[in-house]
Design a binder for this molecule. Structure first.
Ligand code: NDP
Ligand code: 2IT
Length: 448
């Protein structure tokens, strides 16, 4: 499967050990394909068992979360924190509340987070956590009780210099507020241990927008370097109208693009003249969903009930910003057929391995999530800096730093891609650039 026997052996071992952890195995396979370019040229990697150590979380915590719903019924959920790698800084990464959450999904996310965080150039290790709690249809009170009970266990394992969680799918400002409040009460300290906090209690300006904006800053660099072009006049489609998708849409529009289609869990809306993003913003404010209601406001738009059909809409640029494995081979074929020339992942691993390869083989410029969506965690890192300094930066200061970090991530991925393979292969470039930083730190710190 891989050219390197060393990688083949490790992958065989984990496939046998964790046959049902399909997302985790997928993330490792994608990463190992890139490592094939360097492991054979550097015997120190195998000698120091670097790959074996990288794919194994330093610590995995699984716990029971018990809470009462509005009817007084006692509910039990599972909570997790996977502390993947702390070679370059405290564990850092989001918490996901979604019914699909399990160990495989959190391991894939924590693994990718390690290299994403390294790419930002900030001192953050990788981690991920969450729960199979389903926030859909829950009242505010229920979300508060769950978040508080989740923190009643998680607080033991985190801290400003140990592990700093943030949001992800199903965890936004509201959930972070409830969790932070409980953490502060138990610990009796104000150290900003979570990021993505509200502005009135230690949050950073631009954190809410950061992932979506960052995707667009990254795409801007790709357009400039590969095509001497920019967003102006480009037709863009975006999946997911959550935190990432919304702000990717707003920034792409601000940079001159037309957002012709967006999707959410109920379906997608299409308007060849461009969606009215103020209506999208208004409708998503409550539930984060809007496609089934949008046509009531704009009669010339069309609504389809299958979100995956959005990939058939003709476009120049596609930004998958919803969830893992949402963009599959059939959709990749439709994108190529309909003239799309660039795909950048706002979500984590939204494109399957075979879809990614199909896009790359058809000369589509492709940006992997661990590079393109690093803007969120980058501003989380800036939030940690501001908390430590007890001094907030202005909106313009943070936005400028975010843009510079995304441009630098592109430069690193591009440079490594050019060095080891095709200069357009940002998957290999980003994996190697992220890996090198973590590898050097692990070597320096000895056998741990
Ligand atoms: P949100 O929960 O805010 O939004 C995601 C939305 O997408 C949910 O409403 C979800 O609905 C919906 N959805 C799920 N499946 C599909 C689908 N197939 N098509 C369309 N919509 C779908 O999450 P975020 O925006 O924060 O996260 C989105 C992605 O970005 C995730 O992969 C996350 O890991 C990644 N990411 C997030 C960062 C952040 O800072 N928030 C940073 C970097 C990456 P439902 O809940 O009903 O399934
Ligand atoms: O996937 C991600 O990078 C995030 N969910 C953000 C993590 C963070 O710590 O801000």
């Amino acid at each position: 499967m891989f050219k390197s026997e060393y990688l083949n052996q490790i992958f065989k071992d984990i496939s046998e050990k964790h046959p049902s952890q399909t997302e985790y195995l997928q993330a490792v396979e994608e990463f190992f394909e890139s490592m094939d370019f360097i492991v054979m040229g550097d015997p120190n990697i195998e000698k120091n068992a670097i790959m074996e150590r990288l794919i194994e979380p330093e610590r995995s915590i699984k716990f029971r979360v018990t809470w009462r719903n509005d009817e007084g019924k006692i509910i039990v959920n599972r909570g997790y924190r996977v502390q993947f790698n702390s070679a370059i800084g405290p564990f850092k990464g989001g918490l996901r509340f979604h019914k699909s959450v399990n160990e495989s999904i959190l391991k894939f996310l924590g693994f990718e987070q390690t290299f994403k965080n390294a790419l930002t150039g900030l001192p953050m290790g990788g981690g991920k956590g969450g729960s199979d709690f389903d926030p859909r249809g829950k009242s505010d009170e229920e979300i508060m009780r769950f978040s508080q009970n989740f923190m009643l266990e998680l607080y033991r394992h985190i801290g400003p210099d140990t592990d700093v969680p943030a949001g992800d799918i199903g965890v936004g400002n509201k959930e972070i507020g409830y969790m932070y409040g409980m953490y502060k009460k138990i610990r009796n300290e104000v150290t900003g241990t979570l990021t993505g906090k509200g502005l009135s209690y230690g949050g950073s300006l631009v954190r809410t927008e950061a992932t979506g904006y960052g995707v667009c800053y990254f795409v801007q660099e790709m357009l400039k370097v590969y095509r001497n072009d920019d967003f102006k006049g480009k037709k863009v489609i975006i999946s997911g109208s959550g935190k990432v998708g919304q702000y990717a849409a707003l920034k792409a529009h601000e940079l001159g693009a037309t957002i012709v289609a967006m999707s959410d869990i109920n379906g997608y809306v299409y308007d060849q003249n461009g969606l009215d993003l103020s209506i999208m913003k208004m409708l998503t404010a409550d539930t984060g969903e809007f496609t089934n209601k949008y046509v009531e406001y704009r009669a010339n738009a069309t609504f389809g009930t299958n979100p995956a059909d959005m990939w058939k809409v003709p476009c120049d640029i596609a930004l998958p910003c919803a969830t893992q494995n949402e963009l599959q081979l059939e959709s990749a074929k439709a994108l190529v057929e309909n003239g799309c020339f660039l795909v950048a992942e706002g979500a984590n691993m939204p494109t399957t391995l075979e879809a990614t390869k199909y896009l790359q083989h058809h000369d589509i410029l492709f940006a992997p999530g661990k590079a393109a969506n690093a803007g969120g965690v980058a501003v989380s890192g800036l939030e940690m800096s501001q908390n430590a300094m007890h001094y907030p930066w202005t909106y313009a200061e943070v936005d400028e730093k975010l843009e510079a970090i995304m441009a630098e991530i592109f430069k690193q991925a591009y440079t490594q891609a050019r060095k080891y393979t095709d200069h357009r292969n940002l998957v290999v470039g980003a994996n190697i650039a992220g890996f090198v930083r973590v590898y050097q730190a692990m070597l320096a710190q000895g056998v741990l």
